[in-house]
Write a protein that binds this ligand. Structure first.
Ligand code: ATP
Ligand code: MG
Length: 230
């Protein structure tokens, strides 16, 4: 088992370029205390996903460092980074298999009971029980059994069961009916509790609830503060 971490995250003078001479991040400095929720906002191409890519260690910085609990993530194994940093992507990845397996994908040793608990916590249990075979219902990668909102709730259940200390969430932009929207907001609150979270935020409600909003522009942080301050 890996040592438990608190979940303090810092970006220190982070510089990155995908192509030589075209910096995507130009010296990002950001300190986040364990448990805080940070909303990342900014125009397309401003560097939001790039910061998250570096936090997952999909790439290494050209300069500077990403640290978790003060430790440069390059000095620990990829496995330990990936086990502590969870990602919920915009395009929720549903694979062909049962609903149960899709939730369990977050942690393969989870019991059936763990799966149900996670689904209940994000209010997905009722719609799952309404499906023809409940948790055993087979879904397809591109199938339409599930609505966008339902897919999102499943991805939250999957993240909840994985239980990472640091969570990255690329919020979906798809329009969702009001009732599902409220469910998602409630589920999100539960998912964020006790974790350090970075949300590439599109919903006003998410931005309003964040502890801090960080505004990016052309690879730099141009503003940050609470919703009231900005
Ligand atoms: P969006 O809101 O559209 O998701 P973003 O803020 O997430 O935008 P990034 O994806 O971080 O923006 O992109 C930052 C810069 O890096 C942009 O100039 C983009 O063109 C470039 N970029 C992103 N991914 C790659 C890549 N895989 N290869 C080359 N350049 C990339
Ligand atoms: Mg992006």
């Amino acid at each position: 088992p890996l040592p438990a971490i608190r979940g303090d995250v810092s970006f220190e003078n982070l510089v990155f370029e995908y192509e030589k001479g075209r910096p995507a991040l130009k010296g990002i400095n950001l300190n986040v205390k364990a448990g805080q929720t940070i909303a990342l906002v900014g125009h397309t191409g401003s560097g939001k996903s790039t910061i998250m890519n570096l936090l997952c260690r999909f790439y290494d910085p050209v300069q500077g460092a990403v640290k978790i609990d003060g430790i440069d993530i390059r000095s620990v194994t990829l496995d330990s980074v990936r086990s502590q940093v969870g990602v919920v992507l915009q395009d929720t990845f549903i694979f062909s298999g049962s609903i149960r397996d899709n939730i369990r994908f977050g942690r393969l040793d989870a019991t059936d009971d763990d799966v149900v608990q996670a689904a209940k916590a994000v209010d997905a249990h009722d719609f799952i029980m309404d499906l023809p075979d409940g948790y055993d219902t087979q879904v397809q990668e591109r199938g339409s059994v599930l609505s966008m909102g339902q897919r999102q709730l499943l991805s939250f259940a999957r993240a909840l069961i994985a239980d990472p200390r640091v969570l990255i969430l690329d919020e979906a932009t798809a329009s969702i009916d009001t009732e599902t929207e409220l469910k998602i907001q409630e589920a999100l609150k539960k998912l964020l509790m006790g974790r350090t979270s970075f949300i590439v935020a599109h919903r006003l409600s998410t931005i309003r609830n964040a502890d801090r909003i960080v505004v990016l522009d052309h690879g730099s942080i141009v503003e940050q503060g609470t919703h009231d301050e900005l």
